[in-house]
Ligand binder design. Structure first.
Ligand code: FAD
Length: 159
């Protein structure tokens, strides 16, 4: 097992040691962006320490009002029932995305869906490679949905 390496940079070496590859990276990167680049929504995070025991009472609070500049606030201690005297919160702000940044959410417009369909066609021709997950399928998945999808994929493969 190797972590912190880019599969696409040493693909030939990895293909040689596996009968089957599960690829969970961006599908356009796998094909060296030869049809163009898929776009994503960006995010900017601001984390702050607050000198209070409890800020919002829950781990996640979503904001949809136009007047509020952030879309959600995470209060980390509530994920693990923390009892610390202070609290840390992270605000998530929408941001423009640049290709060298983390790809957060797919942009589901006609341009990107058409481009993805072309990459999906190429992917379907790759023997012994399973393209799975939010980046390889260019799809927004919640965690429960992506686990379901992985289990279904495993069932198909192991039949
Ligand atoms: C900002 C944000 C907030 C979210 N909040 C929620 C939430 O509140 N609730 C919820 O249910 N879901 C949430 N999700 C969705 C959740 O994160 C996904 O469902 C889940 O991470 C998808 O799993 P995945 O394996 O498809 O992708 P990922 O978790 O992104 O895993 C992909 C893996 O592939 C690796 N990889 C990528 N490219 C390469 C490469 N070239 N070489 C080697 N390795 C590579 C990455 O390092 C990573 O380990 C959120 C997602 C985002 C982006």
């Amino acid at each position: 097992m190797r972590t912190g390496v880019d599969y696409n940079e040493s693909r030939a070496a990895y293909e040689g040691i596996a009968h089957k590859v599960v690829y969970t990276g961006p599908v356009d990167a796998y094909f060296d962006y030869k049809l163009g680049q898929l776009e994503y929504r960006g995010l900017r995070f601001e984390t702050e320490r607050l000198e209070e025991v409890n800020h919002q009472g829950v781990a996640v609070m979503n904001y949809t009002e136009r007047e509020v500049p952030y879309t959600r606030v995470i209060e980390h201690k509530h994920f693990e029932f923390g009892t610390q005297p202070v609290t840390y919160v992270t605000k998530e702000y929408p941001a423009d995305w640049q290709p060298d940044e983390e790809a957060y959410y797919p942009v589901n417009n006609e341009r990107n869906q058409n481009l993805y369909q072309q990459y999906a066609e190429l992917a379907s021709q790759e023997e012994n490679v399973i393209f799975g997950g939010r980046l390889a399928e260019y799809k927004y998945y919640d965690m429960d949905d992506v686990i379901k999808s992985a289990l279904e994929c495993a069932n198909r493969e192991l039949k």
